[in-house]
Design a protein around this ligand. Sequence first.
Ligand SMILES: C[S@@+](CC[C@H](N)C(=O)[O-])C[C@H]1O[C@@H](n2cnc3c(N)ncnc32)[C@H](O)[C@@H]1O
Length: 356
Amino acid sequence: MTTPHSAPYGHRIAAGLLRELLVGYQITQALYVAARLHLADHLIQPVTIDALAKATGADHEALHFLVRALVGYGVLQRSGDLYVTTEVGRLLEKDRPDSLRPTVIATGKERYQSWGSLLQTVRSGRPVFSAQNGVALHDFYAEHPGAAAPFNGAMAALTNSMVDQLIGSYDFTRHSQVVEIGGGLGVFMAEILHRNPSLRGSILDLPHVVADAARALPPRILTDRLKLISGDARQSVPENADLYLIKMVLCDFPDDDALKILRSVRKAIPDEGTLVIFDKIRTEVYDDEVSRRTVMSALNLLVMTGGRERSEEEYRLLLAQAGFELTDVMRTEALDGEIHRVVAMPGEVAPLSSGE
Ligand SMILES: C[S@@+](CC[C@H](N)C(=O)[O-])C[C@H]1O[C@@H](n2cnc3c(N)ncnc32)[C@H](O)[C@@H]1O
């Protein structure tokens, strides 16, 4: 995609560009419906609209329009009366390990609904999700397993897509015991342990996620080398590991809760231990593709959780408040360089200020 403001287009092209940007909501829902109706699984082989309507139970005419729209956006392709998925569409198949179906479903449902009230977040600075649903996002998932599953699946697929670059960005061999905070379905930890046979690990996550991880992880992984622990990292985390990992979790929280998590880690970590955070780092550049995605993701966090994509300086300050010294920041190759690796060591523990 080109940068919208990068050229003097003239009115006709500028208006066309704006109209194209404006239909983003239609494309999101077209993909969501395709995912819900399992179109990609029905269209592995070329199929007529008649057969597709029968297989999905959808209205023939409306389905035909949807299918043609998806052809227009390169998700499906047509040959005579038959339709089949393209390489893009095949990513919506249910059972492939890199399936984006859970991501599309999580995006088209809760995110889509909350983004419909973006104005409220921009006016108030507060997450619209909790205002709409009466609970914070992760508490909502605890109460709604049907919504939690696509979210956890989406995070697992995202992690799968970057696991090589992340593991390649840090030397795990000098550690023996690692705890991952908010490790989701365990994709990252399972791969770290697989590649480092002398390492033992624990994953701490909320109870409903730990239950899903126990079902999702292959039994060969759940040996005495990997423990799943239910809990709230704002309260406490397992003690005495020499490496603590936090990947794409702190961004889900505003500073006060992120600080509680970091302070739990500071209490648990030995003096010679290491904390490694993998997350997006916000820069003040807005006009390249990567930073534009980071800014959109920052806005998404504000809408959904009240969390933050933080700058390097914001991480340094937050870590210092929790008693860590930030010692290294490196841009990894994950997500085209969006994900950074932050290393911190235990330092002076700052006294709590009143009210904390
Ligand atoms: C955005 S997901 C990231 C998952 C995983 N780290 C990854 O990168 O794929 C945030 C994770 O933090 C977990 N989480 C949220 N609040 C938590 C809390 N208070 N204590 C422990 N884990 C929490 C969520 O259940 C979820 O698995």
